[in-house]
Design a protein around this ligand. Structure first.
Ligand code: ADP
Length: 470
């Protein structure tokens, strides 16, 4: 069975968030199950592309409106990823440094999807399944079924995975002219509320759609940023499959990026040394429990609550320290700088994206805070658990599915209401337990014993592929 994963992020080539982690790991685990899984993504001007060997396997061209676009298909040669990787380069469109935030994003993703279909149509590539990830590739299923030039591909099965339903790729109908020719009377399949909505088109046209946790699927039925009625109407082909983690890369016993490796047996000593290194680097007290936050400074992640949470926390507890790694919203960032000035020596920050530092923070911290408003799956809490760092999370989406509170014989701390008071009460609950060394060691051990590796979920996707191919 040949499966092509289509995505605009894939670790380690281009990563902004969890989407990259999933697309960079799932194909590897599927290949171990005998599936011929590959990844196709846009070409980026990034370190991975500069450092690895690529071969241009073919070139072609197509029209986007009145512009003729040339594309090149680059195949990665050294097989360092554990799965075949193809990059689509389109000079002027898909040749940038960053993944997102360009004003012509709609044109970029339309070009990516058009080039992909043009390539496979013209080279007799006929995968069993095309697995599309998020709205950037949301037009594929529609174009396979109704694209005038792609009639030969119409029977290829498609799966669409919703990693984040908040972003839908909305574009004005004036962009319709940039799409490959399609059966115009089918325009309604592209439309939602008077604009082209690639996420809606994907939910309507794909053979199945999945979300990255069961809990998130149920939430989308109630609130999906305007698409809830559609998610409900298409619920017959919906599946919740929770993400896994790549334990070959996220593993404290072999992680090359952390100060000291450790496992379940050596966790106390190992964590201590990692904490020592981080606290020294960021001028934090070693003696206090360390609570961290890693992620985008976005409302979705509850990052706007961090300021209030810290102020309230430091007013009730003196002996605790906080580390925050992230980037995003300027206002949130400014608030955090103010906080750092106010509580110098107790809180420190690193603004930006730093993969190595993220590993070090998971290894060094005692607790990881995730006060999310929306969390389709959340990978941070899964990495934290693997590193013996106890998650304190809001019970939402994938966080509810993966973190069980210690009050229910679990290994984490969960709060329901989204406000700073609830978060602080729950943090205090964790700090109380932390003071009892024996209890804390028990929680840590439980956390590190859990298996959130990709094995089970990769198998679930394969079962779904088989079902669609019947
Ligand atoms: P998202 O909604 O952002 O995709 P996930 O929890 O699914 O959230 O995945 C987040 C991923 O991004 C994790 O691998 C996390 O470690 C990483 N990450 C987030 N922010 C940063 C940062 N500033 N530096 C390094 N890694 C980060």
């Amino acid at each position: 069975m040949e499966v092509i994963h289509l995505s605009v992020e894939c670790f380690p080539i281009a990563k902004v968030g969890g989407l990259a982690d999933v697309v960079g790991a799932l194909p590897k685990y599927q290949r171990a199950l005998g599936i011929d899984a590959k990844v196709v993504m846009p070409w980026f001007d990034c370190p991975f592309v500069k450092e690895q060997q690529f071969e241009v396997v073919t070139t072609g061209s197509f029209f986007q409106g009145s512009d003729e676009l040339q594309y090149e298909i680059h195949k990665e040669e050294s097989d360092v990823l554990g799965f075949p990787l193809f990059l689509i380069k389109i000079p002027g469109k898909l040749d940038r440094e960053e993944v997102y935030c360009y004003p012509d994003e709609a044109e970029q993703w339309i070009a990516f999807q058009h080039a992909f279909l043009h390539w496979i149509q013209n080279h007799g590539i006929y995968p069993s399944i095309i697995h599309c990830h998020d709205h950037h590739v949301g037009l594929i299923a529609f174009l396979l079924q109704h694209g005038v030039d792609f009639r030969n591909l119409a029977d290829i099965r498609t799966i669409f995975t919703v990693h984040n339903g908040q972003y839908q790729g909305w574009m004005n109908w004036s962009k319709g002219i940039l799409l490959p020719s399609f059966d115009t009377w089918k325009w309604g399949l592209l439309d939602w509320d008077g604009v082209i909505n690639p996420l809606a088109a994907a939910i309507k046209c794909s053979d199945a759609y999945t979300t990255v946790s069961d809990g998130y699927l149920n939430e989308l039925f109630i609130d999906a940023n305007g698409l809830q009625a559609l998610f409900n109407a298409e619920s017959g082909k919906a599946y919740g499959i929770v993400n896994g983690i790549d334990t070959a890369y996220w593993n404290p016993s072999s992680d090359q990026l952390i100060e000291r490796n450790y496992n379940r047996v050596t966790v106390n000593r190992g964590k201590e040394e990692n904490k020592q290194a981080l606290c020294k680097q960021f001028n934090l007290p070693l003696a206090f429990p360390l609570i961290s936050f890693i992620g985008r400074f976005a409302k979705e992640k509850g990052a706007d609550l961090l300021f209030d949470i810290c102020v309230k926390l430091f007013s009730v507890r003196q002996n605790v320290s906080v580390f925050i790694l992230g980037s995003g919203d300027r206002e949130i960032q400014n608030g955090l700088i103010e906080l750092q000035l106010q509580f110098e020596g107790k809180i420190n920050l690193f603004f930006g994206y730093d993969e190595k530092l993220a590993h070090q923070v998971y290894a060094a911290s005692d607790m990881l805070l995730m006060p999310s408003r929306v969390e389709p799956c959340g990978l941070n809490q899964l990495y934290a658990l693997k590193y013996g760092t106890i998650p304190i999370v809001r019970g939402i989406g994938g966080l509810r599915d993966t973190v069980v509170d210690v009050l229910e014989e679990g290994y984490g701390f969960v709060f329901e209401k989204l406000n700073a008071d609830e978060a602080v009460k729950t943090i205090e609950r964790s700090l109380d337990m932390y003071t009892d060394n024996k209890i804390w060691k028990g929680i840590r051990k439980k956390a590190m014993q859990l298996d959130f590796s990709w094995k089970r979920s990769a198998q679930k996707y394969v079962e779904l592929y088989n079902q669609l191919l019947k």
